[in-house]
Ligand binder design. Structure first.
Ligand SMILES: *Cc1c(COP(=O)(O)O)cnc(C)c1O
Length: 317
């Protein structure tokens, strides 16, 4: 489906090049609220200085996104599954509405990877990735990728070069190595993630599990429709709030504490103190995130080892 893939120095560079290609001063980005924290900071703090304004749409309003369209809207930005509670957006439905108004739709496909989800086939115009995560897969490189049809690919490549967002050959080498195992890594980590999600769902110290692969997830149906697997990110709310969350994380032996994700090793992060630390309590609440929320990036280790470690750490607090 894609005409070209432009490699960039990071996922954020991929977003910057995309925004500067699709938008100019005076234009507006319509962005879903639940995006990666760095994305919102790029739009708010940097693109605003180039005269590009961003309006945010709450997750529950995405079904009526056309209400937010204006003559200035030049880009819709979606992320699915989204950070940190893994809500899934109906990409095809939004693309249909955007097409009528000729507004390009950009999808951040970092969490799903092309193995599980192909937004161009769902009608998106541009797909981007933080290759730092699953595409590289070994937590040893920083890169981004932008994939698009013929309409944008030339300009994207040119603007990548002009803005200095290019990557380097050493990184490209590591990335190519990582890509060779992307499919098998995704298969194993998705299978592990389901085991972890099911284990947590049945645990008395867990209040709620967020994973689109669980049949009672509010996004299970849409994830089934537009993905071929449910991904390897699992979040949950621990009973006992922030104190319990910190005690739990500090008791883990196998899972690394890390903000990054998508590597072969399983990692745990704490959104309110890392990726979402700049957000107000009210905003976090609207996004469904609290001090009890813990986010897991499930790797390719033995699933019994992973659940055993979670189990012993949950008993600790
Ligand atoms: C990490 C991440 C980014 C930013 O990527 P970098 O390579 O760290 O610049 C963008 N989107 C999502 C969903 C991410 O997880």
């Amino acid at each position: 489906m894609g005409d070209d893939c432009v490699l960039t120095s990071s996922g954020l560079a991929a977003e910057m090049v995309t925004a500067l290609t699709l938008c100019k001063a005076g234009d507006e980005i319509l962005c879903m609220q639940d995006v990666y924290g760095g994305t919102a900071r790029l739009f708010n703090d940097l693109l605003s200085r180039c005269g590009i304004r961003t309006r945010y749409v709450a997750f529950d309003e995405l079904g009526r996104i056309e209400k937010f369209f204006s003559a200035r809207t030049r880009m819709i930005f979606l992320e699915t599954p989204a950070n940190p509670i893994l809500r899934c957006v109906d990409v095809a439905a939004i693309c249909k509405k955007a097409k009528r108004r000729r507004i390009p739709v950009v999808v951040d496909n970092t969490f799903a990877t092309p193995v599980l989800q192909k937004p161009l086939a769902l009608g998106a115009d541009v797909v981007l990735h933080s290759a730092t995560k699953y595409l590289g897969g070994h937590s040893d490189l920083t890169a981004g990728a932008v994939v698009s049809g013929a309409k944008w690919s030339k300009a994207l490549r040119q603007n990548m070069i002009l803005s200095g967002a290019c990557s380097d050959p050493g990184v490209a080498y590591l990335l190519l190595r990582g890509l060779k195992t992307l499919t098998v890594r995704m298969e194993k980590s998705c299978a592990n993630a389901l085991q972890v999600a099911e284990f947590l769902s049945g645990h008395k110290k867990v209040a709620r599990v967020y994973y689109p692969g669980l049949p009672d997830s509010p996004d299970h149906a849409i994830a089934r429709r537009q993905m071929t697997g449910f991904g390897a990110m699992v979040s949950f709310d621990i009973r006992g709030g922030g104190t319990a969350a910190e005690a739990f994380m500090n008791s883990l032996r196998l899972w690394y504490i890390a903000t990054s994700l998508g590597g072969v090793e399983s990692t745990v992060s704490y959104p309110v103190l890392s990726s979402h630390s700049s957000l107000s309590r009210g905003k976090l609440k609207r996004m469904g995130v609290s001090a009890a929320t813990v986010r897991l990036s499930v790797g390719i280790e033995d699933s019994a080892d992973l659940t055993a470690d979670l189990g012993q750490a949950l008993e600790h607090h």
